[in-house]
Design a protein around this ligand. Structure first.
Ligand code: AVJ
Length: 344
């Protein structure tokens, strides 16, 4: 029989979920380092109680959401994934030169298709000396990608971590000779100030000789940008609405996604795509975590994602705040996407 755990007593055979694990971390860090980590329930509650309602975009990625995102990456309109992959392919040899005994730490590893492009150019003898450390919020994506990688690159050691790397960057193992991979312009989900802070923090962790490969989606024609988040097949719309199913699971709310409309647009001033869910009628939402029912008026929105776009100014700014130097900036013919190779 599988034993159930109580807070003070973890038994063998108990599955420690992310929330439980985080609560343990929270105890440890609150006590010893004074770092506060919010629980998932608290994060969602805070977003729904705010004047402009929001849901943190990491909650897109439950099993269904991770699958929908993988579908997005294959859409004709969604150029970032395939553009970044083409850059990686073209420069894989160069990027992996001297990669013996390296630890590849990937923040937001998803389906691991990008790291595979880099691993592909490594000879077996080098793979044997290397470690791959994927960090992702999605347990299912992590499990699937681990078995895919084992099949294709059996020689490499895989050491995955299921975590929100923004809150839990301190969990990155202190291996020697690391290359931090932060692909997909995921850094664009953070506000400008938070992005700079996060890269500065990374910069402190990175030791002399270690590197950061950072993928950034660049500012470009607004119609190209808006098309990428308003695809014909409506996959992005389904991806956006799925976050309400995730809120329902975690917070026990009774959101009805079909009464919301997908809205994604580029804000020229803030240089970012914003995604919202617009209420199509007045509604009342219940949850055991609410003190009172939540009223949402027709036309009110829940802000679900920011996706900031970048310019060469940001590439330099990240170098300055992290005390890293730019070894190379790779891009595509349209200059739609960049991959910067930073080194300390
Ligand atoms: C994975 C965060 C980079 O912002 O383009 C895709 C997520 N949202 N379509 C992005 C996303 C809607 C994606 N990132």
């Amino acid at each position: 029989m599988v034993q159930r755990s109580s807070q003070s007593n973890y038994c063998r055979g108990t599955v420690i979920t992310r929330t439980m694990e985080r609560n343990l971390n929270m105890l440890a860090y609150d006590t010893f380092q004074g770092i506060a980590i919010k629980t998932e329930e608290e994060e969602i509650l805070a977003g729904l109680m705010a004047a402009q309602k929001y849901l943190p975009c990491k909650f897109f990625y439950d099993d269904a959401g991770s699958k929908l995102f993988e579908q997005i990456t294959r859409l004709e309109e969604y150029y970032p994934s395939r553009t970044e992959k083409s850059i990686l392919k073209r420069h894989a040899e160069e990027l992996m030169k001297g990669a013996e005994g390296v630890s590849l730490v990937e923040l937001g590893s998803g389906d691991c298709s990008k790291i595979s492009i880099l691993l592909q150019v490594l000879p077996r003898a080098i793979l044997k000396t290397s470690t791959y450390v994927p960090i992702d919020v999605s347990m299912s994506a992590m499990k699937e990608s681990r078995s895919k990688l084992r099949e294709r690159f059996g020689a490499i050691e895989v050491c995955g971590i299921v975590a929100d790397f923004i809150q839990q960057i301190h969990r990155v193992p202190k291996h020697e000779n690391r290359i931090f991979c932060f692909f997909g312009s995921t850094i664009g989900n953070l506000d400008r100030q938070d992005a700079v802070r996060f890269i500065a923090k990374l910069g402190k962790m990175i030791r002399t000789g270690e590197r950061l490969l950072l993928g950034l989606d660049m500012v470009k024609d607004k119609t190209v940008l808006e098309r990428a988040y308003n695809d014909e097949k409506g996959i992005t719309e389904r991806f956006n609405k799925n976050i309400l199913n995730v809120a329902n699971k975690i917070l026990g709310t009774d959101f009805e996604p079909e009464y919301f409309r997908h809205h994604a647009f580029f804000d020229d001033e803030k240089q970012r795509i914003e995604m919202h869910l617009v209420a199509m009628r007045n509604m009342v939402v219940k949850s055991p975590f609410f003190e009172e029912d939540l009223e949402i008026a027709k036309g009110q929105t829940i802000h679900t994602e920011n996706s900031h776009k970048f310019t060469s100014h940001h590439i330099d700014e990240f170098a300055a705040v992290s005390k890293l130097s730019v070894r190379a900036v790779y891009t595509d013919i349209n200059r739609w996407f960049t991959l910067t190779d930073y080194i300390k």
